[in-house]
Design a protein around this ligand. Structure first.
Ligand SMILES: *[C@@H]1O[C@H](CO)[C@@H](O)[C@H](O)[C@H]1NC(C)=O
Length: 389
């Protein structure tokens, strides 16, 4: 079991290092305004959107569920299109996929061949990214990146810079994903590379500068339809009315304040900084609170596996998370995960933030219960009940 938890959260230390990049973007805009280039730039963005009738103002991208551990979507890169399967990860900000020089750990991966793409632009700068679950390194390139599978409705984002990995760590080897597509802010991006979705927003390709994530619980099933990412709109088909919005305390990760956690007779009312992270399978928090919640649920810590086991038919109460003035209740069906071998896990883990950055990661169990609206323009998170029962 150990190692099955995909932790696609970016190494926390690097977040602070890259915060200056927001200022860099701001000053670029100021410079354009000063030079009288800004109007022409906006016009260019507008023509980009109108140039192609295929460009949608919003896009629904399906994801497949892998045992309620990870949710993967399809993208294509280049002309003609080369297809990749990626983690759509709100806990990081870089896109990378394997390249032809990646051999170790890349045997089963799709690899991007830049020599076969007529729209590819060389960059050549090298990059390295540390994730909670492993690392990757390579060079940067630029091409058209499309959200969605080939032959399906897509959101093409021209002139997107991404990483072409020449090496990936063993952690990624056994994973069904080719790479990772980070959906968080540019300020979190390694090397300040503008993330694909932020690039789409900057090019005015979306109706609204936000996206909605709806994730399903499909139990131990693998590679089955498991949710939808809606770029540019609130998903009103799979999500009920928005219960509340919470301002981001930091627009790097999708980071905000939580007032408390409660399960059964255990509660913690210590306010905490949390992030919403589609790329993390479980809910992570300080060991003292996680162990209190787990005990109240009747889960037992298995040190060997580094995980909390719980009877598959257990019926503890909901895990209540207070955000702003609202209580969000996560039902056991969303926080008890079937490990596939007759064993079930309480989907929480000890997360040591090291005293800076977020102290909690609200991963997939939270997002399965509540659609998360990542309101990039409004710098806030919205939460709406998932309509899946
Ligand atoms: C992504 O593409 C693969 C085949 O390359 C397919 O098996 C899978 O169902 C696709 N996923 C989605 C969510 O459409």
């Amino acid at each position: 079991m150990k190692g099955l938890i995909l932790l696609a959260i970016l190494g926390l230390a690097s977040a602070a290092v890259h915060q200056h990049n927001i200022q860099w973007r701001e000053s670029l805009r100021m410079e354009m305004i000063r030079n009288g280039e800004y109007a022409a730039y906006l016009e260019y963005q507008d023509t980009l959107r109108r140039a192609s009738p295929d460009v949608l103002a919003s896009l629904q991208e399906n994801v497949n569920d892998f045992g309620d551990y990870e949710y993967l979507g399809n993208i294509t890169i280049g002309t003609p299109e080369q297809s990749f399967i990626v983690v759509l990860d709100t806990g990081s900000s870089n896109l990378w996929i394997p390249g032809p020089t990646c051999s170790t750990n890349c045997q089963k991966k799709h690899k991007f061949d830049s020599t076969k793409s007529s729209t590819f632009v060389k960059n050549g700068k090298s990059w390295t990214i540390q994730y909670g679950s492993g690392d990757a390194a390579g060079i940067l390139g630029e091409d058209t990146v499309r959200f969605g599978a080939a032959g399906q409705p897509q959101l093409p984002v021209p002139k997107t810079t991404f990483g072409i990995a020449s090496k990936i760590s063993a952690d990624f080897k056994r994973d069904a994903t080719d790479g990772i597509l980070g959906l968080a802010f540019t300020s979190l991006a390694v090397d300040g590379v503008v993330p694909p979705l932020i690039n789409a927003i900057n090019q005015k390709l979306l109706d609204q500068p936000l996206f909605t994530v709806w994730l399903e619980h499909r139990g131990a099933l693998n590679n089955v339809g498991g949710g939808v990412f809606t770029y540019g709109a609130i998903d009103t088909k799979n999500c009920g009315p928005v219960v509340g919005y919470q301002p981001l305390s930091s627009a790097t990760y999708y980071q905000f304040k939580v007032a408390g956690f409660k399960l059964g007779d255990y509660s913690s009312t210590k306010a905490a900084e949390v992030i919403s992270d589609t790329g993390t399978s479980f809910i992570g928090g300080p060991s003292s609170v996680i162990s209190g919640l787990a005990k109240a649920a009747g889960a037992k810590y298995n040190a060997l596996e580094g995980a909390y086991t719980i009877a598959c038919n257990a019926q503890p109460g909901p895990l209540d998370i207070t955000i702003g003035s609202h209580v969000y209740s996560i039902q056991p069906i969303n926080y008890i995960v079937n490990a596939g071998n007759g064993q079930c896990l309480f989907a929480a883990f000890h997360f040591a933030s090291g005293g800076f950055g977020p102290a909690w990661i609200l991963g997939d169990p939270f997002i399965r219960q509540y659609c998360n609206i990542y309101d990039i323009g409004g710098k806030r998170m919205g939460f709406a009940p998932s309509l899946q029962k």
